[in-house]
Design a protein around this ligand. Sequence first.
Ligand SMILES: [Zn+2]
Length: 225
Amino acid sequence: MNYFLFVMLPGLLIGLWAQAKLHFAFGKYSQVPVASGLTGAQAARRILNHAGLNDLPVEEVPGKLSDHYDPTKRALFLSSDNYHDASIAAVGVAAHEAGHALQHQAAYAMLNLRMALVPVTQFASYAYMGILLLGLVMHMMPIALWAIVAVFSIITFFHLVTLPVEYDASARAKEQLFRLGLVRESERDGVAKVLNAAALTYVAALVSSMLTLLYYLSAARSSRS
Ligand SMILES: [Zn+2]
């Protein structure tokens, strides 16, 4: 168990660091008004309409940083703050989510792969605890450990595919924000800082999942001999 903590600690620290960085960047730039005066919802609407996605709804959801694009509903959801605020952070996040809608429209291969992996990954995440419990109860640890290695291979692969999807959505967001004149040159830096900080949390998730995979891989290998 100590070895487990030792292996997991770097992932945990990177995760905390990424979260702190996001809260700092978001906290700072949600206080900076955007010169265009557009709210997050209005900025997303402009980007979507410009791409011909006039029918794609932009809706408000409760929660903080609960913003997401739902490919199954073909709808964009913005947290209350980002929906209503006319700040650099709100417009940046809203444009990022609109970037996912643009990926979907363009049938961007990595987004399609990620969508296909969602149900598999969800099943793997649920299966993890069940396998671990079953392995302990039935004294079948070597087999259970290899099953967990398979589970974390799937989860790690999912996080790996998520990274380019997230970075690409931010790249599309920045391109549209400047092309459509929704943010000014002087605001470029703030938008980039918010989006980079958000992307870092996905890097942290990948690192943490890779470390977990490595831990179970070494545990499975040593349990055999
Ligand atoms: Zn995203």
